[in-house]
Design a protein around this ligand. Structure first.
Ligand code: ADP
Ligand code: MG
Ligand code: MG
Length: 877
């Protein structure tokens, strides 16, 4: 026997996620636990990979194995595919290793056709149910096969309801549903050019292929990129016997969480709908009932369910998200998984589970997705401003946080406004659907008219950490005309509103927001994280304000203080420009003398904010022309200020023009041409340190001077010579004792390759992975955006290498640099200061490479602390 492609639920288990996908593995696990799971089989993720390898086809060997398992299912259930007496109906469900909610479509009631449905109606004595199931099947199958979305079918349903003068889908009768089935099939034939498939085996193969195809739909690709899921994983397919929640009023379907996914509160939480099927609850076709109402309506089922929920939670030792169906009073479990939750809920649940003795501190630390903390580090409403404001209405508090922004009505507009205008937007929709995912990601907040706490909008927003208020039925919206009314007021595109995702309140105005703080459960988790991590976390900060913010978030130093940003200030830019256009060294020195006190003051402020933590200051880095005026007006003014002929000034400016400034006269090359700049910066760094040390004798002041863009040891040796000479003079003049360090950035491939030589001069390395990535790939980080899109589409790259460190190429240079550097200077301090310093997977790489610290923007500091702890815990396991 060759490879095994298919597993019965009873053959698998919860550990087989890679092969069976999350859904399949958990269905198997629940089966093993003796829970009421409709039986079926899982086609492995390897088959998906094989499907693509075979040119998007299921080969004969696999097909025949699938059919063998259909026969096994027929034996188990005592039903037969396509049988008139006792037909086997199945669902075909996708399920990747990592849950991708709403990304791939499920087909229910497969096995029905024009004849089977007739006898099914007779046999069940419930023609309404039979035709409801059939029209749903055609609708889902058509949607998945034709990939045209659900809108057309929903329009037909709406028209039917209107014709019959009813509001709810449950009010349509058997004849109406039969007619809908006919219309759906007609549409299928029109679009596909063939009749709707009547043979259950053809239906099954069509559905399985569609699931495999959906692995590569644009939504799935986008979701994977956002969540670091490789496309090579593939999805599994689950084929499962149907149970029916749409058999009448003693049947129903629902979803539940073992704890509140928004707050983490330890309480069963969920929603259900009677006489409904599949995603009705999530899609918001009717307003669902809460799980507490099930307790009243059917205490026996509730009790059984309750027991299962907490058995599962104990078993998985994590909050569970479950889907269930009740068929004529009998409970079936259809899914369980570790539930998605808001950042606040994640922290509370992790702490509670530790307190309940269910998990260890290390496990609690591993449980939190570092990226999710982002949501807690972002603004909340200013309390005073909130008191002044009066809500105009409210909806469900679906995903917490505060959002203030301009109204847009489509996901595309959300993306456009955010990307092209830099606007903060709030997406207002009747309801959201998976197509909206990109726009939702760009929105500050999401407001929907329909849908409950488990609606698509709510689930996706919680996953993204985006504020969401759902199900505000008071809103009268016209999406096409881009207008809605609420609280007696009309809102158009671009109008400001504010949302409170924690209370559900909606405000018809902009409300001020304030920065977040770390306390409570957050603080507890961070304390545990600090206990386990070995990697230090520093910050990239150029101002005392940013530095103080970072320290409050737990930063242990500055890994990158850029000195150029300070010169763009309107009061300083003219002195800077004067320095640049100087024709003689004397002129340049005069201008630098003006800059010196300002620069010294900057450093004093930063040292003060850092309270004795180490500070790495990088010397001037960008090409000089970036500082020069481009507008005629400004040029005129500068020429007046400098007493310079305007044409001469223009000549100087154009002489500074470079064809490729990124690889031009910048970094240490500036100090090589104009050593006076390095002299001034050294003087400022050292004098500031002396002054601050005077005020705080107990602080350990050892400024770290970092020379950028070094590619050759002699370059560094030259600039270091200037620094040492200057520092010596300043220190001697002050008559004090001050230590300082000189190091370099490793951001040019040649520096990484010759790091053993460079370490002879450099006392520390900081890997500048932004430039290193740019130089290694040979494409500009400012221009890559315009073509990376095609690279993602063609799967040449799955990630933006500027966001996530390319471990294979750039990472190899980092490793090489670290090893060579240590060979020369065993105690050399190694850090990273690119954007990657705040990216969890890159942080793990830094830990494993043995760097001493990562440095990231202030708001990423807690994320980095957690990611560093996770890397340490994982590598100790
Ligand atoms: P998703 O991954 O999008 O949640 P699922 O495969 O879980 O998709 O299917 C969606 C819904 O379809 C389930 O929540 C459940 O209500 C319904 N469903 C799936 N399989 C069955 C089945 N065998 N019997 C009854 N309902 C089913
Ligand atoms: Mg779904
Ligand atoms: Mg599901």
């Amino acid at each position: 026997m060759g490879q095994k492609y298919v597993y019965l639920f009873s053959e698998g288990n919860g550990k087989m996620r890679e092969l069976l996908g999350g859904k399949g593995a958990n269905l198997a696990e629940m089966t093993n636990l003796g829970m009421p799971v409709p039986q079926g089989f899982t086609i492995t993720t390897e088959v998906c990979t094989q499907y693509y390898a075979d040119g998007e086809a299921i080969n004969d060997e696999i097909k025949s194995e699938i059919m063998t398992y259909v026969s096994k299912m027929e034996e188990i259930t005592g039903k037969k595919f396509g049988d008139l007496e006792n037909p086997l109906l199945v669902s075909v469900r996708s399920g990747a290793r990592a849950s991708m909610p709403g990304m791939m479509d499920t087909i229910l009631n497969l096995g029905l056709n024009d004849v089977v449905v007739e006898s099914f109606a007779k046999k069940t004595g419930n023609p309404r149910f039979a035709y409801d199931s059939y029209r749903r099947f055609i609708q889902m199958y058509s949607d998945v096969v034709m990939e045209v979305g659900k809108a057309y079918f929903e329009k037909l349903i709406d028209e039917m309801k209107e014709k019959k003068g009813v509001k709810l889908d449950t009010e349509l009768d058997a004849e109406d549903l039969k007619e809908l089935a006919r219309l759906f099939k007609e549409e299928y034939k029109l679009k596909i050019g063939e009749d709707f498939p009547q043979n259950p085996t053809d239906q099954l193969m069509g559905a399985i292929e569609a699931v495999f195809r959906s692995w590569n739909n644009p939504r799935a690709i986008y979701y994977r990129r956002m969540n670091d899921i490789p496309s090579s994983w593939g999805t599994a397919v689950n084929v499962q016997a149907m149970v029916f929640g749409n058999m009448g009023n003693t049947s129903g379907t629902g979803v539940a969480f073992s704890r509140n996914p928004a707050t983490g509160e330890q309480k069963l939480y969920g929603e259900f709908l009677m006489n409904a099927q599949g995603e009705d609850v999530v899609a918001g076709v009717r307003t669902p009932q809460t799980i507490d109402q099930l307790k009243e309506q059917n205490p026996k089922v509730y009790e059984e369910f309750y027991k299962i929920v907490y058995t599962l939670e104990k078993h998985y030792r994590d909050m569970q998200d479950m889907e269930f169906t009740i068929e004529e009073g009998k409970l079936y479990m259809l899914q369980t998984r570790n539930g998605k939750r808001t950042a606040a809920a994640a922290l509370k649940i992790a702490c509670d589970l530790v307190d309940e003795g269910m998990i260890s501190e290390e496990e609690a630390v591993l449980m939190i997705d570092p990226k999710q903390l982002d949501a807690l580090l972002h603004p909340q409403f200013d309390n005073e401003a909130l008191k002044q404001a009066k809500p105009i209405s409210s909806g469900l508090p679906a995903s917490p946080g505060a959002a203030c922004g301009q109204v847009v009505f489509t996901a595309e507009d959300a993306t456009n406004w955010a990307v092209n205008k830099g606007a903060k937007v709030i997406l207002v929709r009747l309801e959201t659907s998976p197509e909206d995912i990109e726009g939702m990601n760009y929105a500050q907040g999401i407001l929907t008219v329909r849908g409950g706490m488990t609606s698509h909008a709510a689930v996706v927003a919680r996953g993204m950490g985006t504020c969401c208020v759902s199900g505000c039925g008071d809103i009268k919206i016209n999406e096409e005309a881009k207008v809605f009314t609420l609280g007696g007021k009309e809102f158009h595109e671009g109008d400001y509103i504010s949302l409170d995702g924690s209370t559900g309140n909606i405000y018809g105005e902009a409300i001020k927001t304030v920065a977040a703080t770390i306390s409570g459960n957050f603080d507890r988790i961070m304390t545990w994280a600090d206990k386990y991590r070995t990697l230090k976390v520093r910050t990239n900060a150029d101002t005392p304000k940013d530095a103080a913010q970072a320290v409050s978030f737990g930063a242990e130093g500055i890994g990158l203080c850029r000195t150029e940003h300070m010169f763009f200030d309107s009061k300083r830019i003219s002195a800077m420009r004067e320095m640049i256009v100087s024709k003689t060294v004397e002129q340049r020195k005069t201008a630098l003398t003006k800059l010196l006190p300002m620069q010294r003051e900057d450093f004093e402020g930063i040292y003060e904010a850092m309270k004795g933590f180490p500070v790495t200051i990088r010397f001037l880095d960008p090409p000089l022309h970036e500082f020069l005026p481009t507008e005629e007006e400004d040029i005129k003014e500068l020429s007046k200020e400098m007493n310079l002929d305007i044409n001469e000034l223009k000549a100087i400016i154009s002489s500074l023009h470079e064809f490729n400034p990124m690889m031009g006269h910048r970094g240490c090359r500036l100090a090589v041409s104009y050593p006076e700049i390095a002299e001034m910066q050294t003087t400022a760094v050292i004098e500031a340190a002396i002054n601050v040390k005077k005020a705080h004798p107990d602080w350990n002041m050892v400024p770290e001077i970092m020379i950028p863009l070094v590619g050759e040891i002699k370059e560094l040796a030259y600039v270091k010579g200037i620094v040492d000479q200057t520092a010596k003079t300043v220190i001697e003049k002050a008559g004090v004792d001050l230590k300082y360090m000189v190091g370099t950035m490793i951001e040019i491939p040649r520096a990484a390759i010759t790091a053993d030589e460079i370490a002879k001069e450099a006392e520390f390395f900081s890997f500048g992975t932004n430039d290193l990535t740019q130089m290694t790939f040979g494409f500009s980080r400012d221009d890559a955006g315009s073509f990376l899109g095609s690279y993602y589409d063609k799967k040449i790259y799955e990630n933006d290498p500027f966001a996530r460190l390319d471990q294979k190429g750039v990472g190899k240079l980092v490793k090489m640099g670290a090893e060579l550097g240590r060979k020369t200077r065993p105690d050399i301090k190694l850090g990273i200061c690119g954007e990657h310093g705040g990216d969890p997977s890159s942080i793990e790489f830094c830990h494993n490479t043995g760097l001493n610290y990562v440095s990231c923007s202030p708001f990423r500091v807690p994320i980095a602390r957690l990611a560093a702890a996770q890397a340490a815990i994982k590598s100790n396991k």
